[in-house]
Design a protein around this ligand. Structure first.
Ligand code: SAH
Length: 236
């Protein structure tokens, strides 16, 4: 299983044995599926997904599944989302170069790296993670994938109430399930007037909700781990 053929990432076999894992044919099959099923719609998002190799963000033993459309456990009871959900959320969010984006739930750092590529050097990604070990792992994974951390700020804390110091944001993405979302939610308050927010909302099975221009739309049924914290679910 070689990493050589996958674009842009360092070769696998670095000291920690991490790196890209999917075979090129599997990778192409996945992109075909994402496009044909319309999870992937724009060249911008496809380019970002091709630039950031998911193999660097899954545990070493799972690398062979990097280009399968499945969520994968990353430790601490958390998961990296399936590629279709990642693509769908990024398409819905419509991230542009130069934007300031807040992510709640850094996890493996995969979404964070993708957002970093999408906003570019003139933009900024602020990502909040409550588990310190995952925040550290995310930084390592992003660096291993060859993505610059210069426009990324990873903060350890409760992101359920957003992150006020860098607000307001052009875009907000929540990657753990919120119990509820309405116009009075602190995350909505940290969004610019013409901003957009995507978040899974509900318990067990959720709706992915897109908020923008004062409107809440349910855009996809999804399953995410719960958000815990002040505006999340109780500790489990
Ligand atoms: N975006 C991630 C997937 C994250 S899984 C990726 O690309 O891999 C959800 C993450 O949300 C977990 O890491 C979990 O620890 C984190 N989380 C849950 N509640 C949180 C909260 N209140 N604040 C910040 N992070 C939270």
């Amino acid at each position: 299983m070689g990493g050589k053929d996958l674009a842009d990432g360092p070769l696998q076999g670095s000291g920690r044995g991490r790196g890209s894992g999917g075979k090129p044919a599997e990778k192409e099959r996945m992109f075909r599926f994402l496009r044909e099923a319309s999870f992937l719609k724009t060249e911008r998002v496809e380019k970002a997904l091709r630039r950031v190799d998911r193999g660097f963000f899954v545990p070493a033993g799972e690398r062979g599944f990097a280009y399968y459309d499945t969520a994968i456990p990353i430790g601490h009871g958390q998961t990296i989302s399936a590629p279709a959900v990642v693509a769908f959320m990024l398409e819905a969010l419509d991230v542009r170069e130069g934007m300031c984006v807040l992510e709640v739930g850094t996890g493996s750092g995969y979404d964070c790296a993708l957002l970093s590529v999408l906003v570019g050097a003139s933009g900024k990604v602020v990502s909040v993670e409550r588990v310190p070990e995952l925040a550290a792992l995310a930084r390592e994974n992003i660096a291993s994938a060859g993505v610059s951390l210069d426009n990324i700020e990873i903060i350890v804390g409760d992101g359920s109430e957003g992150y006020a110091p860098d607000a307001p944001y052009d875009r907000i993405i929540v990657t753990a399930a919120l119990p509820s979302l309405d116009l009075n939610h602190p995350l909505v308050a940290q969004l610019k007037k013409d901003g957009k927010l995507v978040a899974p909302v509900g318990e067990y099975v959720q709706d992915l909700v897109l908020f923008g221009k004062g409107k809440m739309q349910k855009i996809l049924p999804v399953m995410f781990v719960p958000l815990v914290g002040k505006y999340g679910f109780g500790e489990r």
